[in-house]
Design a protein around this ligand. Structure first.
Ligand code: 3NM
Length: 225
């Protein structure tokens, strides 16, 4: 079972809590060090973190990634690496997140340690179904709202969450333009969790923003019951 409790998965599936999935990205942080932001989101109660880096080569990223992995592991927080399978393996990360243009999940799964999480970004019903069929441990769907973080994003809207919520057997994570102000509708539409970049990376107080997001997620779940 996932920690979200919202969706049952096979007992062999890895355990993770995707309620609030903080994606830390240097570009979105606009030059701020990611480690204090990581400490803040952990202090605020976030249980799942991804490192996303689109510019630095992996060798340059490694020292920062190692620090982040060590802090996550010390806090019992799930640590996932975006795109870079080699880096995830070298680090002993808990998981890897793949986009539609990264290596396909079927090709990557055999390389992963047992219990490693494999997540996939999707932008349509067909892509989500394919990710599920390929054995994804969670499916991310977006972009739910317009976002400045991902140039060329595909706007799928909250409708995609409503549709997929009924058929995904693994946690469904909504992404794209999600903030404490709009997260309620996303959870109520059927998302098990939300992945957030700029709402946390550019927040003046990422710990307080983490708490606000988590409170809004819990309130939305409570209202739905
Ligand atoms: N993937 P923010 S949208 C990384 O649609 C990413 O798959 C998306 O950043 C998708 O929380 C997105 O700042 C950017 O909007 C999310």
């Amino acid at each position: 079972m996932t920690g979200s409790g919202a969706r049952g998965v096979a007992s062999t599936a890895p355990t993770f809590v995707p309620d609030l999935y903080a994606i830390l990205d240097r570009t979105a942080a606009a030059g701020r060090d990611l480690v204090p932001i990581l400490d803040a989101v952990i202090a605020g109660g976030c249980r799942m973190v991804q490192l996303r880096e689109k510019e630095w080569p992996s060798g340059k990223l490694l020292p920062l990634a190692e620090r982040m992995r060590a802090r996550c592991h010390a806090a019992g927080v799930t640590f996932v690496v975006n795109d870079r399978v080699d880096l995830a393996l070298v680090l002993g990360a808990d998981g890897i997140h793949l986009g539609q243009e990264d290596l396909p999940p079927q090709a990557v799964r055999p390389l992963l340690r047992s219990g490693m999480i494999l997540g996939v970004s999707t932008h349509s019903i067909e892509q989500a179904r394919a990710a599920l069929a390929a054995g994804a441990d969670y499916v991310a769907a977006g972009s739910i709202f317009p976002t400045a973080t991902k140039p060329g994003f595909e706007l799928v809207g909250i409708e995609l969450i409503r549709t997929l919520g009924a058929e995904m057997r693994v946690p469904l994570i909504a992404i794209g333009g999600i903030t404490a102000a709009n997260v309620r509708a996303v959870i109520q539409a059927g998302a098990d969790g939300v992945a957030v970049i700029s709402a946390l990376c550019s927040a003046a107080d990422p710990e307080a923003e983490t708490r606000r997001l988590l409170e809004a997620i819990r309130a939305a779940r409570a209202a739905a019951q």
